[in-house]
Write a protein that binds this ligand. Structure first.
Ligand SMILES: [Ca+2]
Length: 514
């Protein structure tokens, strides 16, 4: 009998928890507007400026260009952590990394984490997820919040991998073979789902999360070789010159000759230009995907009441400061493409200059659904900002950036930064080095570190304090670490660049002040 009572108590507890969870998903209505359909398309590692409407020398992105032309281009769209899983978790929770706890590409989300599509589902939306999830990459099992689930383990594969006989997609819990090129196949699944729910008296939310354009880059067959004769635009800051490294942190110069540097990129001999051409070619199918989704909306008379946004999950350095890949707080790593249309609210050809971020996607989608965001979201809706209905002076002044050192890639230190529209202050942790301040208005390429500039000391003091206050307030003034299982990608090329020298500002002749 005691046993039965115990079981009943557990059942009652589970029921109470379930009911509580269901209550937690009910958000208050915002202002009574009709909920919009929402399409969010995410790509992987697509940097902010590889789009033809921004003047790229050869890449062709007509669908991305059309989104900017028909709607809004967010010129200062950022991520709060430039790494796949942490950024994706920030998108899905509206929270900074230090709150959602996905601090690298291996950690699972915390138990009890709520993804914003759960609120939409609870509010009566049809919800569908298609593509890379990556948080807890060992499993492709359906996550909460989605009526339709199509995903895969980890990074996925561009083409069905010949060396993995059991490689499968997970479609609503069933293992299904991957048939072809993943960007096209995910779009097929997404459009099939839309066709299936068409005509229902419910709004829909679709999250199309591409593997493209993550390395190693493989374009669709129809795009392979398209740019074989093109050259990568070489950034001014790539050359290994005294001028380029003057006033820079030591870790930056040292990273040049590493897995994430141009001297020893991915520890391969491949020219990074070859990687770059494949990256641009792989992006073409992502653009095709956007075009197909928008055509479907137009063909089904749904374009006028659907919010469509396209974003990258983090940026990518192609030679800036001698680096490749992401993780740093520099512009090429932290900035992302973000364009979107919302015909009832956003005027064609709008450019938003305020700093918006991955943490704002959840609140923005909830606003489009006429729902008030939950209190635990760090981001804010930019739906009204982009509509010109919100006083831009009330928008955030500084965005927090954070990245925690990973033993897998030991060349990038723990980084905290504040990014305003004009200035960026970067502070490193756990390393003997110097910090950075850039005036992005006069120095968009981040060539002149102002950290020792006497005229900037007040600004530095103030931004340092603000950064500290944000982290302390959020109880985030501590850095987690995971089980170190190996030394990570720590090799250097023998013939590569030499280690950095300490900057002049730190050198003294004696222990006396000079
Ligand atoms: Ca990524």
């Amino acid at each position: 009998m005691r046993y039965c009572m115990g079981v009943l108590a557990v059942v009652a507890l589970i029921s109470a928890t379930t009911l509580q969870a269901a209550d937690d998903l009910q958000l208050a209505k915002a202002d009574g507007a009709k909920p919009l359909n929402i399409v969010f398309i995410l790509s992987d590692d697509h940097r902010y400026d590889v789009m033809s409407f921004l003047g790229h020398p050869f890449v062709e992105t007509p669908a991305m260009d059309a989104l900017a032309r028909d709607g809004v281009y967010f010129e200062n769209a950022m991520v709060t952590t430039s790494l796949c899983s942490p950024s994706r978790a920030s998108i899905l929770t509206g929270q900074y990394m230090h709150n959602h706890g996905v601090v690298d590409n291996n950690v699972l989300t915390k138990p009890g984490t709520i993804f914003f599509p759960q609120y939409l589902q609870a509010a009566g939306y049809n919800t569908g997820y298609f593509g890379k999830w990556h948080m807890g990459g060992h499993s492709d099992a359906p996550r909460p919040g989605f009526d339709r689930w199509v995903s895969f383990r980890g990074q996925g594969h561009y083409y069905p991998p010949k060396h993995l006989k059991n490689w499968k997609l997970n479609v609503d819990g069933e293992s299904v073979p991957q048939k072809g090129y993943i960007t096209d196949e995910l779009t097929d699944y997404a459009l099939d789902w839309l066709n299936g729910i068409k005509g229902q008296d419910k709004p829909f939310f679709m999250y199309l999360s591409h593997k493209g354009v993550h390395g190693m880059f493989h374009p669709a067959e129809r795009h392979a070789g398209r740019y074989k004769d093109k050259s990568m635009p070489v950034p001014e800051t790539m050359a290994d010159t005294t001028e380029n490294y003057e006033g820079k942190p030591l870790w930056l110069k040292n990273q040049r000759n590493s897995w994430h540097g141009v001297d020893f990129a991915y520890h391969q001999d491949t020219d990074i230009e070859e990687h770059y051409r494949l990256y641009c070619e792989a992006l073409l199918s992502v653009d095709d995907s956007i075009a197909r989704v928008r055509k479907w909306l137009a063909d089904n008379d749904l374009a006028e009441n659907t919010l469509v946004m396209y974003m990258g999950d983090n940026g990518f350095q192609w030679g800036e400061h001698g680096l490749i890949d992401k993780r740093t707080a520099y512009e090429a790593s932290m900035r992302v493409p973000l364009v979107g249309v919302c015909p009832p609210l956003w005027k064609p050809g709008t450019v938003v200059k305020e700093v918006v971020a991955n943490i704002d996607i959840g609140p923005t989608c909830l606003a489009a659904a006429d729902l008030k965001p939950p209190a635990n979201m760090d981001g804010q809706s930019f739906l009204d900002l982009a509509a010109g209905k919100e006083d831009a002076a009330q928008w955030r002044k500084n965005l927090l950036y954070e990245y925690y050192w990973e033993y897998n890639f030991p060349q990038t230190p723990t980084t905290f930064a504040l990014r305003s529209q004009r200035y960026k202050f970067i502070q490193y942790h756990g390393i003997w080095d110097i910090d950075e301040l850039y005036d992005l208005q006069t120095d968009p390429l981040e060539q002149h570190n102002l950290i020792f500039d006497p005229a900037q000391q007040n600004r530095i003091k103030q931004m340092r304090s603000e950064l500290h206050e944000i982290l302390v307030k959020a109880d985030a003034n501590r850095v987690p670490f995971s089980h170190k299982r190996r030394m990570g990608q720590n090799l250097r090329r023998r013939s590569g660049s030499a280690p950095a020298k300490f900057p002049e500002e730190l050198l003294r002749k004696s222990n006396a002040k000079e």
